[in-house]
Design a protein around this ligand. Sequence first.
Ligand code: AQP
Length: 329
Amino acid sequence: MSKPRVFSGVQPTGNIHLGNYLGALKQFVELQNTADCIYCIVDMHAITVPQDPEELKSHILDVAALYMAVGLDPEKSILFVQSEVSGHAELSWILTCNSYTGELSRMTQFKAKNKGQESAPAGLFTYPILMAADILLYDTNIVPVGNDQKQHIELCRDIALRINHKYGEDTLVVPEGQYMKEGARIMALDDPTNKMSKSAENEMSRISLLDEPAKIKKAIMRATTDSDAVIKYDPENKPGISNLLTIYGALSDTPIEEIEKKFDGAGYGDLKKELVTVVTESLEPIRERFNSIRYSSELTDILKDGAAKANAIAEPILERVQSRFGLGL
Ligand code: AQP
């Protein structure tokens, strides 16, 4: 039996944080040994909000180097930049013509990002269609993502099923989302009712994989908790402490009950101090590998080679879809 095809991506909108790592990238690395993996740096998604061109270029290479620093191996996985493969935009248009404005306006991420403004870029509205195109362009079976993307994965499936119903059941492969048991949603340190995010204004709300130990310490020691002083996993009533326990457990591969036992009767300060050590020690080797990869001349060669491989897979799939629609000669 052939290996399942895996596709996922990260936006180059800033440095990858613990949420991206624990929700998505950890799965990317694990899947490399059992699946046929394609991992993308989705730069076209990044421009749904204004980006400084120089910064965007540099963030693309940062994310690529971070992919490899966390363990993605270009010998095992295809690593490339989305805008280097034109099929993403081409398939996206076909899917746009088969999506409904009603379903797009129900996307919670759109509602959160556009804030009801008439002047919000239309790309923010159609973003989930481009994401569906990214996935469907490679006949993907599995999409490893954080659970903030669940709604977008469901939309992708709906669009694929709708097109298959109309143009033939084998027009598109209908993918499944895959979510981590722990770490599927890491919350912001300053407000544990919101997810940790690259673009949040407060730097202390997140820990980026490249943060220095002093910044890590400051962000964790300041993390919002509660006044009840019991170290217990209870996301509904104790979202701050539960988030810290999730990060601790996921980075140290320790079940949460074991951490609760370890800190039974201890104070929040004790948990935070030890979490600083766990996070710092986990991120140090990643930072070191990043520094050796980021400025090596090989990085762009790896991405160019990845784009050529991705394009070779995408082209016949796009042609198949175009022909079902009667497009072209
Ligand atoms: N807080 C999170 N917890 C778990 N997983 C998360 N992901 C994002 N935030 C969390 C997962 O990381 C992958 C890459 O995300 P993305 O860069 O494509 O976009 P995003 O979901 O919009 O992430 P950010 O960090 O919040 O970026 P900005 O601020 O630019 O919008 C995805 O699999 C996502 O689920």
